[in-house]
Every structure is written in structure tokens, then in C-alpha cells.
Design a protein around this ligand. Structure first.
Ligand code: URA
Length: 285
């Protein structure tokens, strides 16, 4: 890792607190979603057109699709055929997530949190689950830890509204908020996993940055069966794989807010991810 930082990088690190040192035809799409979710097509159409206006960059910000109009009436319905998620395109996937009732989390949510950013980004950042603010706004990492995440991304030239080299897509393992921000339960992670899997398949990122224990466990359990027993520190500093994509594990921003002394390690993780990117076939070609 090089510490030859230019003034811009120094300023970015300072902002991070490191002391120095975006379609199917609508009818087709709705038919597909109805098949997967077992929700009546007329209801899906209603959800699909009631999109919130894009909050930041109109071109690239992925406007969240509000969940069912009356969330309290939702009951978990395992009728969703999650195996069919692998055939969905971006809009159909987003609408499917917005209508998901596969686990109990659908009952308490205000919004599903699909993810945000450039759907052609080389970077995918994966967090744990929406918190209160994310649930209210339908966008990942908009709370205090999101501010730190934005600064971390800025330090490596990325922004959630960026495109091209500045592009990043930010998603979570869970698309719905666990009550009172409790830890995700194994069944919730298992039900939600096909959505992240499909996001990765559609995005085809060159690097995945897994933030925190749940993101690491969820992404690495297929290749590292004992991942749940390993401390996060043991997962850092190496390049793992998920669906063939390199994965770098780092600390969750919420943890870094409590343990600022570990921000330097998070910077090292970002440097490792940048090095992996530099060696990616797209970069070498
Ligand atoms: N923490 C996460 O892991 N994800 C969010 O979207 C917000 C907080």
C-alpha cells in the first residue's frame, strides 16, 4: 500500500476521519413479476407507477419503489418463487423486491431498500440491512454511518451519484429493516439472498466491498463454510470470491464510528480493493 498521497487524497482521508496519515416493456415486466411474486398484476401496476421522484441525480439515482400502500396489512407469504429471481432484469427485480412478502420483515417496513447508484458501476458496496432512516427514505446508508461511508467512497474517488470511474452501487444483504435494528436472522438472510445474488449478476462488478460481519458471512458462506466462526479481522486483508467476483472485507461504518482507531485499517482495505481493480481484466485490456 502506498502512502504517497496527493493533497486531494489527504483532504479526502481527512473527511473520512483518518488521521494521517438505472427495460422490459411494462406489460411483460408486470407479467413476470406477477409470476414470481404471485401478486395480482393490477396491484403490481399500481406499485410500479408510484415511484418517488429521484432525490439526487435524476439520471443515476435509483428511485425507491414504495412498498405496499398498507404495509401493516402485509403478511409473510412464502409464495414468491425465489428461483425465478435469476431471470429478472433491473426494473423487474426492483419491483419484485418492493412487493416482497417472503419473510416477516415486510410487516414492519415503510419502504424496501433496493440499493442505489450506477447500474454499470465497477464497485459494489454491500452493507447489512436498512436502519430507521433508510427504511423511511428507501435508500441505503443515509444515516450517520452513511455519511462516513460517503466519505470513505470519496477518498477513493467514488460517489453514490457518480458514473463511470466514479460509479458505485450500494446495496444491503437485507432489503427490509429488522425491527429495532436487531441483527438479521438466518431465515431473513436466506430469503433475501437471491435478490443480492441477482443484483451481482446484473451489475457484474469488478470488485465487491463487504462491510461488516453480516455482509461478509452472507457473501462468503458458499466458499468459506466456517465463515461464521471467523472474526472479521481474519477475513480482512485477503481477496475472497462471490459468484467469481473478487470480494474485499472491511469494517462496517457503524463500527468505525465506535472504533475510529480502526479507520486506518478500513483505508488499507480500500487500497486493497483499488489494487484488485487495477489488476482486473477490464483495466489490463
Ligand atoms: N447499515 C447498513 O448496513 N446498511 C444501511 O443501509 C444502513 C446502515
Amino acid at each position: 500500500m502506498s502512502l504517497n498521497l496527493d493533497p486531494r487524497q489527504r483532504a479526502m482521508l481527512e473527511a473520512m476521519g483518518v488521521m494521517l496519515w438505472q427495460p422490459l416493456a411494462a406489460d411483460e415486466s408486470i407479467a413476470k413479476i406477477a409470476e414470481v411474486t404471485k401478486i395480482a398484476p393490477e396491484n403490481i401496476a399500481a406499485h410500479a407507477i408510484h415511484q418517488r421522484p429521484a432525490a439526487r441525480n435524476e439520471q443515476k439515482f435509483i428511485a425507491p419503489v414504495p412498498s405496499q400502500a398498507a404495509p401493516k396489512a402485509l403478511t409473510p407469504s412464502p409464495a414468491i418463487d425465489l428461483t425465478q429471481v435469476t431471470t429478472l432484469d433491473w426494473p423487474a427485480l426492483q419491483t419484485t423486491v418492493a412487493n416482497c412478502q417472503a419473510c416477516g420483515l415486510c410487516q414492519g417496513r415503510k419502504h424496501t431498500v433496493f440499493g442505489t447508484g450506477d447500474r454499470q458501476a465497477r464497485w459494489l458496496v454491500v452493507g447489512e440491512a436498512p436502519g430507521e432512516q433508510e427504511d423511511l427514505q428507501g435508500e441505503p446508508f443515509v444515516g450517520v454511518s452513511g455519511q462516513l461511508l460517503d466519505n470513505m467512497l470519496k477518498a477513493v474517488g467514488l460517489s453514490r451519484t457518480g458514473t463511470g470511474k466514479q460509479g458505485v452501487f450500494i446495496a444491503n444483504v437485507l432489503k427490509c429493516r429488522p425491527p429495532a435494528n436487531r441483527n438479521p436472522q438466518p431465515d431473513e438472510v436466506a430469503q433475501c439472498a437471491p435478490y443480492l445474488q441477482r443484483q451481482v449478476a446484473l451489475l457484474q462488478p469488478d470488485i465487491i466491498l463487504a462491510l461488516g460481519r453480516f455482509a461478509a458471512q452472507s457473501l462468503l458462506q458458499a466458499t468459506l463454510p466456517d465463515v461464521a466462526t471467523l472474526p472479521l479481522g481474519k477475513l480482512r486483508g485477503q481477496v475472497h470470491r462471490y459468484q467469481g467476483v473478487p470480494v474485499v472485507v472491511s469494517y462496517h461504518p457503524a463500527y468505525l464510528l465506535r472504533a475510529p482507531q480502526d479507520k486506518a485499517k478500513a483505508w488499507a482495505d480500500l487500497c486493497l480493493a483499488m489494487n484488485v481493480l487495477r489488476q482486473s481484466p477490464a483495466e489490463i485490456a
